[in-house]
Design a protein around this ligand. Structure first.
Ligand code: XUL
Ligand code: CO
Length: 533
């Protein structure tokens, strides 16, 4: 396995953009002052990494030469580079696994992620990286992306305009850079089924967006953001993308004292109206998706959660034009579970896509981890089944390798784990769904509304005077049990999750691994006997 070179060991003795640890200076049009940002932020903004020529030769040949196509080997396989649960062609509830799941690779995490976190420098450099943000380097990365997607055996990828192509000295130059990369991506897609699940514009890294994009107080920034979205939507369409995402990375406030809340929300509504109109103008059939997130980077983001986003869409008459892209780690940051957010989106008819990841209960920020908790995956898949699938949406792995994972092989292993966990969740959820216990429990709880009175109430025909008469006549209601205990028992009986760790079998109960005290080989035979899934 070829190891990614550690940061200090950059190509040809050069330290690439990491040597440019000087504060970067951005010039704004007069009469603005020059703004200085820290070296660390400058790295994040990719603005100092502009070195065009490095001594490293242009990467040729395979990017992952020691890894062949990932195959399904079944649950008993111990091969970390094989699927144990994801069997693309297997039919579950009338649909192939690959059609339930529609997995997508996120370009930014897999090919631009470097292990940097708010407290530390990058920890990994993929072997083909030359340390620059040049157009040539962007082309190499795109080739690596396609080899990865093909070897993983998925059909979708997601991108931001600026993570696939470098920002130029002007908007026109940025557009040209993007065109060059899109032409290459289109060529690489030829003869394959690979398409973008969605594209999006990066409206949060560059300093021009520090006060927001559609919600910036500066009309020039609003226009710049619109132009960037226009172009990003065009290229998504050009590549046959199936959705277009809006994540409001700076659409929020840091202080209400300097913010006109109503104006900013009105501007955002106007922006989204114009985007929907432009979609129609260019004949793009993809779904437009808002991605809720409560905070980070701003302290309050306007698309706080699913309910807030739905009320925004309703207020600005945009329901029907937009759906939601629910991200599990964003759900937990908002104080919800992913299941909650998905159900809120589903019952309102706006569940469009899932950014598949998870957070860490002991870390406070958006850690974007691969979702490997099978109980969480089962609940996610329960909603997806009830929704009849996600198409044209799917599961985008908006998830990154841990800072400590620095081998290219880790990129495969992380995706395989994420895919296997959701596949396993699908199998479990299908069992819970078809076995009917859950739906019977729910319908029994509401059975009293099946009465004539209940039906009249539901259709809005009963006023308070009439209800008072019923209440006087019926007296004190007899309350029945919610059967939550039974639900937990149910989870244990047809375990929502089972796994093998250090050769010992575990089931997950309320997200905590619960040891079965059995060796995996017994666990496997129990699984075959249908005792665990
Ligand atoms: C940020 C996030 C984004 C969006 C796309 O938290 O999730 O990567 O998915 O802009
Ligand atoms: Co996301």
């Amino acid at each position: 396995m070829k190891r990614a070179s550690p940061v200090g060991d950059r190509v040809g003795g050069r330290e690439g953009c990491f040597e440019a640890q000087q504060p970067a200076v951005y010039k704004f049009a007069e009469p603005r002052r020059e703004a200085t940002v820290s070296a660390e932020d400058a790295l994040i903004a990719d603005m100092t990494c502009r070195a065009e020529s490095f001594e490293k030769p242009i990467w040729e040949g395979e990017f992952f030469p020691n890894i062949s196509s990932i195959k399904y080997e079944g649950p008993s396989s111990r091969n970390p580079l094989a699927y144990r649960w994801y069997n693309a062609e297997e039919v579950i509830l009338g649909k192939k696994m690959k059609d339930w799941l529609r997995f997508s690779v996120a370009f930014w995490h897999s090919f631009r992620g470097d292990g940097g976190d708010p407290f530390g420098s990058p920890t990994r450099v993929w072997p083909w990286e030359d340390g620059s943000d040049s157009l040539e380097m962007a082309k190499i990365r795109m080739r690596a992306n396609f080899e990865f997607i093909k070897k993983l055996g998925v059909e979708y990828w997601c991108f931001h305009d600026r993570d696939i192509a470098p920002e130029g000295a002007s908007l026109q130059e940025s557009n040209q850079n993007l065109d060059a990369i899109i032409a290459l991506a289109k060529k690489l897609q030829e003869g394959t089924n690979i398409r973008p699940l969605w594209g999006t514009a990066q409206l949060f890294k560059h300093p021009r967006y520090m006060h927001g994009a559609a919600t910036s107080p500066d009309v020039k920034v609003y226009a710049y953001a619109a132009a960037q979205v226009k172009k990003a939507m065009e290229v998504t369409h050009e590549l046959g993308g199936e959705n277009y995402v809006f994540w409001g990375g700076r659409e929020g406030y840091q202080s209400l004292l300097n913010t006109d809340l109503k104006k900013e929300l009105d501007h955002m509504g106007t922006f989204f109206k114009a985007a929907a109109a432009y979609k129609k103008k260019i004949g793009f059939q993809g779904t437009l998706l808002l991605e809720p997130k409560p905070q980070e980077p701003t302290k309050h983001q306007y698309d706080w959660d699913a309910a807030t986003s739905i009320s925004f869409l309703q207020k600005y008459d945009l329901l029907g034009e937009y759906k939601l892209n629910i991200e599990c780690n964003h759900a937990t940051l908002a104080g919800h579970s992913c299941f909650h957010e998905l159900e809120v989106a589903r019952i309102n008819g706006v569940l469009g896509n899932i950014d598949a990841n998870t957070g860490d209960s002991q870390t406070g920020w958006d850690t974007d981890q691969f979702l490997t908790n099978v109980e969480e995956a089962t609940l996610v898949m329960l909603t997806v089944i009830k929704n009849g699938g996600l198409a044209p949406g799917g599961f985008n792995f908006d998830a990154k390798l841990r800072r400590e994972s620095i081998d290219v092989e880790d990129l495969f292993i992380a995706h395989i784990l994420g895919m296997d966990s959701l596949a396993r969740g699908l199998i479990n959820a299908a069992k819970l769904y078809t076995d009917g216990t859950l739906s019977d429990l729910v319908s029994n709880r509401y059975a009293s509304f099946d009465s004539t009175v209940g039906a009249d109430i539901e259709s809005g025909m009963v006023d308070f005077d009439t209800l008072e008469k019923y209440a006087f006549g019926w007296g004190e209601p007899t309350i029945t049990s919610g059967k939550q205990g039974e639900l937990s028992k149910k989870n244990v009986e047809s375990p929502i999750a089972g796994t093998c760790r250090n050769d010992f079998a575990f089931v997950y109960l309320n997200s905590s691994p619960f040891s079965l005290g059995k060796r995996c080989r017994n666990f496997e035979s129990d699984r075959n006997a249908g005792l665990v899934v």
